[in-house]
Design a protein around this ligand. Structure first.
Ligand SMILES: O=c1ccn([C@@H]2O[C@H](COP(=O)(O)O)[C@@H](O)[C@H]2O)c(=O)[nH]1
Length: 309
């Protein structure tokens, strides 16, 4: 799957991923109205609104982008109907040939991680009948429990040719509380980065490993350090747009080949119609606003990479 991701990034010229993080307050009134008048003000109604919203954004952007990153929390908040829409979104994106990164941030003791890995990346065997529960291509993994919490994910990736993005340095303001703590003089994120590089060595695609890392755009200076520590890891970079990251900050996340990183924006794309820059589209044409925001993001990042080369 890492080879497909790299090929799609090259083909689209877009090292970006659209984050599908649908909160109800981002969904235009006309979509909410239609959903709630059919299903009532219920979990089913909310899930229907999310689905209509996602579908329009995917339809308006899929030809420009290599990948999407649905954030499972946004679906879980609507219970079972929300989870069904998560799955429907994954399937729809795959039907559009997009690479799907499930942002699930899982990681537990080995047996529990194995169940998460089976559910999200693998197949479950039900008395001889193999079923695919969610079917994402990559998932995000929290490595805090150590190797036995990560290895079950790697095992499923090897079998199914899937991939991981392991949290190394997250984009949030408090990420330093634990991640920057010095251990024998070195920050924890560097030690986790070294472990990601080690896990990734046995998991190589053509040029990059299918064991990647998450490093936030909000800590651009660390992009350089972590890029060197994990030269073969693809880096998923959240924190662009709504959290303040900009193209010019991100050049060090990329290798000299212009590859090696994929930058996520969620609110900045899906709620673009609410921004002044895209207000001319209006809520009715929110999908067109998202398309324009994708084009602007690609230009911002590509021109920064080009200027560095
Ligand atoms: O370090 C991290 C890891 C994951 N995320 C996730 O990415 C998106 C960001 O959304 P924006 O609207 O573009 O800010 C969201 O799903 C986070 O859970 C992150 O932000 N930082």
């Amino acid at each position: 799957m890492i080879n497909k991701l790299v090929e799609k990034i090259k083909k689209t010229g877009a090292p970006i991923v659209v984050g599908l993080d649908p909160m109800l307050n981002y969904i235009p009134e006309h979509i909410q109205e239609a959903a709630f008048s059919e299903f009532g003000e219920t979990l089913e109604g909310a899930a229907q609104a999310v689905w209509q919203f996602n579908k329009e954004i995917i339809d308006k952007t899929y030809d420009l982008i290599p990948a999407v990153k649905p954030q499972i929390a946004m679906y879980e908040q609507f219970g079972i109907p929300g989870i069904e829409v998560f799955k429907r979104t994954v399937d729809y994106c795959k039907s559009k040939d997009l690479v799907v990164i499930g942002d699930i941030k899982r990681g537990d003791i080995g047996s529990t991680s194995a169940a998460y890995a089976t559910g999200h990346l693998g197949r479950v065997n039900i008395r001889g009948n193999e079923c695919i529960p969610f079917g994402e291509d990559f998932v995000t993994v929290n490595p805090y429990l150590g190797s036995d919490g990560v290895n079950p994910f790697i095992d499923v990736c090897k079998k199914e040719k899937k991939g991981l993005f392991i949290l190394v340095k997250t984009s949030n303001p408090s990420s330093g509380e634990f991640q920057d703590r010095l251990i024998e003089g070195r920050p924890l994120y560097e030690l986790v980065g070294e472990k990601v590089a080690e896990w990734g060595e046995e998991c190589m695609g053509d040029a990059y490993s299918y064991i990647g890392a998450v490093v936030g755009a909000t800590y651009p200076e660390l992009g350089k350090v972590l890029r060197e520590i994990m030269p073969k890891a693809y880096i998923l970079v959240p924190g662009y747009g709504a959290q303040g990251g900009q193209g010019k900050d991100l050049v060090h996340f990329f290798n000299a080949d212009g590859l090696g990183a994929i930058v996520n924006s969620s609110r900045g794309i899906i709620a673009a119609y609410k921004q002044e820059a895209y207000a001319k589209y209006g809520a009715q044409n929110f999908g067109d606003a998202s398309r324009a925001a994708v084009e602007a993001m690609v230009k911002d990042i590509s021109s920064a990479i080009e200027a560095k080369r």
